[in-house]
Design a protein around this ligand. Structure first.
Ligand code: RFL
Ligand code: PHB
Length: 392
């Protein structure tokens, strides 16, 4: 069966859903195809900290109501190292900006509900997705569903299918350039039924390894514990999780640490990755299909948001204003913000984790950098500006 639309979107994660929603509000048609079931997409916990730019964009997309009601504003966070702790006052250092804690699961749920309310076309549980005829005026997304072949003919394809999707590998080998950095440690990321250690996020540097203390609500805590690259979820039973967090926290926080059942645990490989170009013929990559950041700076979802912002503007200008310059500029515009954010996420990762390949010199230099950061308003201002996100 063949269907026709303006923009064919592969992937119904936050990038694909947000793109189809924003396009719809501007009168541009799309169809989204997704490999998994809606329940599976919603079961992925992942990100939680939203930049103010992302919050504004979600409101603009008509999915700001629950976010404004249930999201928690955070005007600062703490960094703990070498027996001391300091606060980075985001609001004061950036002239009033702050981040909002609101889970990716909620955003996805809100977007799914908004798409359904507006009659959005989403096809779940597709198999064998292929992107073809890119060198023609009407490329095709072909897939199998319920045992039969389907085809979507469109003007453009948006590849929003994450790191393991089919969009990026569709680019010819002599066009695609991949830039990759792997870190010699992973995280075990957890969502636990327990009181968060603090009102604000705490990033803990410790000789035995980093810990992120975050939260979703007053009774749900989110942790990221630095672990070894060979570890699996089975290596981390609950008693080991709580003992490790307690050992690495500063003593006053360890004393009041609340424990509870862990509802979700996931090994997260720490890597930085950028694919170039983000556009090839009529295929446009957005979100994790084009780039990955280590989770330390909380940027993965926010970067997917800025890609979708640039791409939706470009499609709308093309259809409404007959302009193709924004479509041509999409790759370089998005990549400029991606690379700056890659730099920040890599820096934040490297100052906070204990690198097993480091010798005594690098370890001392890392502590010196944290001391400089704790003492310098200029350095904290630079950190705060990147943490709340570059403007778009
Ligand atoms: P997603 O969310 O991966 O969605 C892509 C969607 O495409 C579907 N798909 C296909 N559909 C059709 N045909 C195919 N052939 C397909 N192949 C794949 C997938 O099923 C999926 O539904 O990418 P998107 O939309 O670009 O969104 C990006 C964010 O999800 C991502 O950047 C963040 O979640 C990254 N991330 C984190 N970011 C943060 O900012 N803070 C975090 O704490 C954080 N934790 C995480 C994370 C990513 C994780 N991964 C990738 C496993 C924790 C984990 C475990
Ligand atoms: C989260 O709450 O999931 C989170 C917060 C901050 C980070 C990474 C993840 O740096």
């Amino acid at each position: 069966m063949t269907e026709h639309t303006q923009v064919g979107i592969v992937g119904a994660g936050p990038a694909g859903l947000l793109l189809s929603q924003v396009l719809h509000l501007q009168g541009v048609d799309s169809i989204v195809v997704e490999r998994r079931s809606p329940e599976h997409v919603l079961s992925r916990v992942r990100a939680g900290a939203l930049e103010p730019g992302m919050v504004r964009f979600l409101r603009e997309a008509g999915v700001g109501d629950r976010l404004d009601r249930e999201g928690h504003p955070h005007t600062g966070f703490e960094i703990s190292f070498d027996g001391t702790r300091f606060r980075v006052d985001l609001e004061e250092l950036t002239g009033g900006e702050y981040i909002t804690i609101y889970g990716q699961t909620n955003i996805t749920e809100d977007l799914m509900a908004a798409r359904a309310a507006l009659g959005g076309q989403l096809v779940y549980e597709v198999e064998n997705t292929r992107i073809e005829d890119l060198d023609t005026e009407r490329p095709a997304i072909r897939y199998r569903k319920d045992g039969s072949e389907h085809e979507i003919r469109c003007d453009f394809v948006a590849g929003c299918d994450g790191f393991h999707g089919v969009s990026r590998p569709t680019l010819p080998g002599d066009v695609l350039k991949s830039h990759d950095r792997k870190y010699p440690y992973h995280w075990i990321a957890l969502l636990c039924e327990s009181r968060p250690v603090d009102k604000e996020l705490v990033y803990v540097h410790h000789p035995k390894g980093f810990v992120l203390c975050s939260m979703r609500s007053p009774t749900l805590s989110r942790y990221g514990i630095q672990c070894e690259t060979g570890d699996s979820e089975d290596d981390w039973p609950e008693d080991r999780i709580w003992q490790t967090i307690s050992d690495r926290l500063p003593p006053d926080l360890a004393e009041t640490l609340d424990t509870g059942p862990c509802l979700d645990r996931n090994i997260v490989p720490m890597r930085s990755f950028v694919a170039e170009p983000m556009r090839f013929e009529r295929l446009y990559l957005a979100g994790d299909s084009a780039h990955i950041v280590p989770p330390t700076g909380a940027k993965g979802l926010n970067l997917a948001g800025s890609d979708v912002y640039y791409l939706s503007r470009a499609f709308v200008e093309y259809y409404k204003g007959g302009r193709s310059d924004l479509l041509e500029a999409y790759g370089p515009t998005a990549l400029d913000r991606v690379w700056k954010t890659e730099w920040f996420s890599g820096w934040m990762t490297q100052i906070l984790h204990t690198d097993p390949t480091h010798g005594p010199f690098d370890r001392q230099a890392q502590i010196a950098e944290l001391r400089l950061l704790s003492q310098s308003r200029a350095r904290q201002t630079a950190l705060a500006q990147s943490y709340v996100g570059l403007p778009y």
